[in-house]
Design a protein around this ligand. Structure first.
Ligand SMILES: NC(=O)c1ccc[n+]([C@@H]2O[C@H](COP(=O)([O-])OP(=O)(O)OC[C@H]3O[C@@H](n4cnc5c(N)ncnc54)[C@H](O)[C@@H]3O)[C@@H](O)[C@H]2O)c1
Length: 263
């Protein structure tokens, strides 16, 4: 039987993380680097990428690549894959984490907003995964994990573009899972409300609303980015080598009890 240390040893693995400069992406990058991986963090925020890549290299002593790429632009995703192969020669795992959603009431969206959300939350993940597949197939226990959302599962008419795109993401991952075994495993997280600092406040939620949201959760707090990083770690690890096609809820028990409160 393998030891726990062996199951969670990521030495020699090369893991791409999109949205890598954000709250959840950067926690995931630090987690995997601390377990021995070379992480490739991709984002549109060059400044944060540079800062984070330098920090991770210092903390973990593992080579790290920060690569600016817009996940909605195919050519930039291909450049990300090429740069990863150029620097590390392989891709062992992928975390399709990039995503974002504005609050839009049910009947106030339009074609442009719906399509933009779909491109960012769903199509970008499809394109990058397709580009990585030839490399993933060569690796032992290759794994791809996606950042889904609670709002993609429960009716969420106040986030109509985002919730529709995240719902599509889950179905897409199921299709990938049934077609891609045994070489590559595909799983999603269904993420509940996580503290991502300024991003939530910028979307219009004030601290009192967020407190009401925490109070409505079974575990009485919003998630920390590290809570999500730990779930990524499990699904990417040897401990999950017989798990594919699942949607793992990481939501503080909030899916059935909490809803983003109104002002
Ligand atoms: N925080 C939550 O409460 C929550 C809940 C459910 C699901 N999620 C999902 O988790 C994932 C990460 O969320 P987070 O809270 O860390 O968000 P965040 O806003 O902190 O990070 C998102 C990152 O994505 C980057 N980004 C935005 N558009 C991009 C693009 N076109 N190309 C490349 N990068 C781009 C941003 O620069 C940012 O660094 C997202 O998919 C989100 O939908 C988050």
């Amino acid at each position: 039987m393998k030891t726990v240390n062996e199951l969670f040893d990521f030495s020699g693995k090369v893991i791409i993380i999109t949205g890598g400069a954000g709250a959840i992406g950067s926690a995931a990058a630090r987690r995997f680097a601390s377990l021995g991986a070379n992480v490739v963090i991709s984002d549109i925020n060059q400044e944060k990428l540079d800062e984070l890549a330098a920090d991770i290299e210092k903390e973990s002593a593992h080579a790290t690549l920060g690569f600016k790429a817009d996940s909605t632009v195919e050519a930039e995703l291909q450049a990300l894959v090429d740069a990863t192969i150029g620097k590390f020669g392989k891709i062992s795992g992928l975390i399709n984490n990039v995503g974002w959603g504005a609050a839009t009431p049910l009947w106030e969206s339009d074609t442009d907003k719906m399509v933009k959300s779909y491109l960012l939350n769903t199509v970008g993940a499809y394109n990058l995964t397709k580009m990585c597949m030839p490399y993933l197939k060569k690796e032992l226990n290759a794994s791809v994990v996606f950042s889904g959302s609670m709002v993609g599962v429960t009716p969420s008419p106040e986030f109509i573009e985002y919730s529709t795109a995240k719902a599509g993401l889950l179905n897409m991952v199921h299709s990938m899972a049934v077609m891609s075994g045994p070489e590559v495993r595909f799983n999603s997280l269904i993420i509940g409300s996580v503290d991502n600092g300024a991003a939530t406040l910028a979307a219009g939620y004030d601290p009192a609303m967020l407190q009401r949201l925490s109070d409505a959760m079974v575990l009485k707090r919003r998630g920390e980015p590290e809570d999500i990083a730990n779930a990524f770690m499990f699904l990417m690890s040897g401990a999950a080598s017989w798990i594919t096609g699942i949607d793992l809820k990481v939501d503080g028990g909030g899916m059935y009890t909490s809803k983003m409160p109104k002002k």
